[in-house]
Each structure stands twice: as C-alpha cells, then as structure tokens.
Design a protein around this ligand. Structure first.
Ligand SMILES: Nc1ncnc2c1ncn2[C@@H]1O[C@H](COP(=O)(O)OP(=O)(O)OP(=O)(O)O)[C@@H](O)[C@H]1O
Length: 434
C-alpha cells in the first residue's frame, strides 16, 4: 500500500484541536448478506472504515455524502454511542476509545447530540419545560430548580419558542418546534461539542432555513464546536467552516468551505457540487453523472473506493486511447463483472428483425449493450478485447469473459488506497493528487 497525500491549504486561523479521530472504524456483523446465507457466517458491513478527522475548538465541520456512506455511524461512534471496531477518538487530549459507559459520563455533558428525528428523540410523556431542565438536573447545572427553569425559558425563547410552549408535550408541537426543543435541550448543558445529525431533514422546507440559522447563531454564541451531518452540500454552505466529503465509509476530501465550493478537487466532490442548484446562470456547471451504483459497504472496491464510479478514472500507462474512452471500456468491464447482460434477451430482440442471426451480429449486439458509446473508435486492441469478451458471453463462458476484461482493463486506481493525513485537517484522497 502506498502512502499518498493530497494536501490542501490550511485555514488561516489555526485553532486548538478539540476532537481527534484517527483511523476510526465501525464494522457491523450482519447475517442478512449473501455470504452469510451461503456460508452461514456473518457478513461485515464496513460502515466507517478508516476515518481521520480533526475538529477544532468552536469550529463547525460538516460531513456530507450520499445515503448509506456512514455519516450517522461516524457521528454515533464518535460520541461512543457505538463502540469503535478500531482506531481512536481523543477529546481534549483524553483518549475516549476504550472508556466504559460510566467512564464516559463526565464527557456526556460536554458532548451533545441533536438527532434527525426530533419526535423520536424527545420523551413524549414530558413537557417541553421538563425536557430542557432534565439534562441540567442530571448534570447539576444551575444552583436550584428555579434557576434551571429560568434558564430553560430563556433558551426556549432564544430558539424561537415562547412561554406558551413550556407546558406542552412534544406531540403538541410542529416538527420545526420539536427540533427547536432538541436544540435548546442540547445547549442547556453548555456543551463544547455538538453533533447534529441531519437536524433539519425531517422538517418542512419552509422552516429548515430558520432552524438552521438559529442553530448556527446559538452554537456560535456558546462557542461550541459542531459536527454537522448533511446529505447535500447546499445545506452546509452557510453553516460550516470546513467540509468533509464522505464516500463508502471514508472521507475523500476535507477543505475549508469556500475552498471546497470554489475549487473542489476530488472527482466525487465535483460530482456532488455539480448537483447543487445554482441561481446564477453563469455559475451553473454541467451536471456530472456518476457511473453505476454505490457499491455495497460489505464488499467495497479495492484501492480507491470511488474508482468504479469515477469520471476521472486513471488509465493504465500503456493505454493508447483517451481518458474518456478508458472510462467507457471500464464501464464495459464493470457490466461484464456484474452479470448485467442477458444474451437470450438480445437474441430474442434480434430475432424480431431477422430469422437467421449471424454469429457476429449477436456479438456486436452484446458489445452494443455493454459499451456506452461507439466502440469502433477505440484503439484496435481494446476493440478486439471487447469483441472477444462478448464472444465468450455468447458462448456461455462468462468466467472467461470476466477474466479477460479484468486483466485487460486495469486501472491504477484499484491498486492502492489513496491515503491522506495532514496537519491542517484539509486533504484530498485521490490518486490524481499523489
Ligand atoms: N446497526 C447496524 N447494523 C448493520 N448495519 C448497519 C447498522 N447501522 C448502519 N448500518 C449500515 O451501515 C451503512 C452506513 O449507514 P449510516 O446510517 O451510517 O449511513 P448514512 O450516511 O448516515 O445514511 P443516511 O444519510 O441514509 O442516514 C449502511 O449500509 C447501513 O445499512
């Protein structure tokens, strides 16, 4: 494995680090995957698989990525709501990794979480007032219950609720109001570190911006650092200082927010950004469509995990065509490897046009189904590999087809894991930046 670093410029104002996450892994054992059904052994879901992240005092770091990439697992593991499989979590210089739940208690006040589903995270039998005062009771904040109630009222007002909400139960509130209670409750114990897991995704679009603004203002006023989890980049632009882009259990790029939006480096970040709606027509970039599906975290691709979908996939040194052509033959390879072709369906369709199908017409049709372009423009040796693989498929020898394309269309991106480590907390994990 090579150690390759793509460093980005550090933010100007270096601050003391509050949370340090090093090579953090959280794997789940499950018995629902194909291997476990076959061999009666648990499959391993590599939900978080080698995350390095530094969060500084008072800083907001956003983690963004598609559904299932491991954001929530990262958030929960970081707070020790899940026990890490490997790696370390350090908070203000204390290694939390192996602390028991009781040893974690002193840190629970300082590290608070705001959940995605506000109602699910609020005890329905308590009033709003009780929900905000209870954490203060537990952690002994404020001289007596009168002071705590006073503080709860003040906080509820600051999140935009009024005295009339104080005696209601969560179910009597709207989603936006419930999430405001969640924010007030988390802030009531004066945390230094907040983890907000998609705090507005369950809310109406009309209230999302208001709740976010409130969360941002209050976190800044309290001087708390925040890890903010979001699906899409547009949500985080105005709230984050730094953004970490996550893909299949790993962070692929981390940069100061303006740098990430102004000059994204990782091909995955570029693709995510191209999907962000822009108001200014001059600012609109062409949408980058990624290839194929997100692979399973039970069986992630070797090397760079993004290579199977990457639009900037690196061709091997001996490749004679263009990068775009290599990307196309690689798509052909991926389709062969994942058994997407049904030769009988191709045969049936050809039969609609002609009774007697010439052998090479069937091979050409299979190539046409699997290759996303005009294959005759390819370098001749690549074109003949495509035809040979299609011939194997037509002959029913799918293993030979797979072996051929696997050998002939290799990319350096699948060889090594692009690694990243930087003092600044900003990096790109991509072989293009080796
Ligand atoms: N307790 C669990 N047991 C088994 N697999 C799990 C468990 N929790 C999460 N996973 C799996 O781990 C992977 C990452 O899930 P996670 O919820 O962390 O992703 P996410 O990026 O937060 O997704 P979303 O944006 O949809 O919330 C998924 O494949 C998920 O199915």
């Amino acid at each position: 494995m090579t150690e390759t670093i793509g460093s980005r410029t550090a933010p100007a104002d270096e601050q003391t680090s509050l949370v340090e996450v090093r090579d953090l892994k959280k794997h789940f054992q499950t018995s629902s995957g194909p291997l476990s059904r076959l061999f009666d052994a648990p499959d391993v879901v590599r939900a978080v698989d080698g995350v390095n992240l530094t969060i500084r005092e008072g800083e907001t770091v956003a983690v963004v990525g598609e559904s299932g990439c491991g954001k929530s697992t990262l958030a929960k593991t970081l707070l020790k709501l899940h026990q890490p499989t490997a790696g370390s979590i350090t908070y203000r210089g204390t290694d939390l990794t192996d602390l028991s739940q009781s040893e974690m208690r002193p840190f629970r006040r300082e590290m608070q979480m705001i959940f995605q589903d506000p109602l699910g995270s609020l005890n329905p039998s308590k009033t709003v007032g009780q929900l905000v005062t209870t954490p203060m009771d537990v952690h002994n904040i404020g001289a007596d219950s009168r002071v705590r109630q006073e503080r709860a009222r003040e906080l509820l007002e600051r999140v935009g609720l009024s005295a009339e909400h104080f005696d209601r139960t969560p179910e009597q509130l709207s989603g936006g109001q419930q999430q405001r209670v969640g924010i007030a409750r988390a802030l009531s114990v004066e945390p230094d570190f907040l983890v907000a897991d998609e705090p507005t995704s369950a809310l109406d679009v009309s209230v999302q911006a208001k709740v976010l603004k409130r969360l941002d203002t209050l976190t800044n006023e309290h001087g708390a650092a925040m890890l903010f989890i979001a699906h899409d980049l547009s949500t985080v632009r105005h709230i984050a200082d730094r953004v970490a882009v996550m893909y299949l259990g790993r962070i692929v790029e981390c940069a100061a927010v303006d740098e990430l939006f102004g000059s994204p480096q990782h091909p995955y970040t570029k693709a995510l950004l191209s999907a962000v709606p822009r108001i200014d027509p001059d600012d609109r970039a062409e949408r980058i469509r990624l290839h194929g599906q997100v692979p399973s975290p039970m069986n992630p691709p070797a090397g760079c995990r993004f290579h199977t979908r990457c639009q900037e996939l690196i061709p091997p040194a001996e490749w004679k065509g263009t990068q775009v052509q290599f990307r196309m033959v690689f798509t052909f390879r991926q389709k062969v490897l994942s058994d997407v072709i049904d030769v009988e369906a191709v045969r049936t369709q050809l039969k609609e046009d002609t009774e007697e199908i010439p052998q090479n017409a069937l091979v050409d049709a299979v190539v046409g189904r699997l290759f996303p372009g005009y294959s005759a423009d390819l370098p001749s040796d690549a074109h003949s590999t495509l035809c040979s693989a299609a011939q194997y498929i037509v002959d029913g020898d799918i293993d030979a087809a797979k072996a051929l394309v696997r050998d002939e269309f290799r990319t350096p991106c699948e060889r090594d894991v692009p690694d990243a480590e930087s003092q600044s907390g900003c990096f790109v994990r991509c072989h293009r930046y080796d």
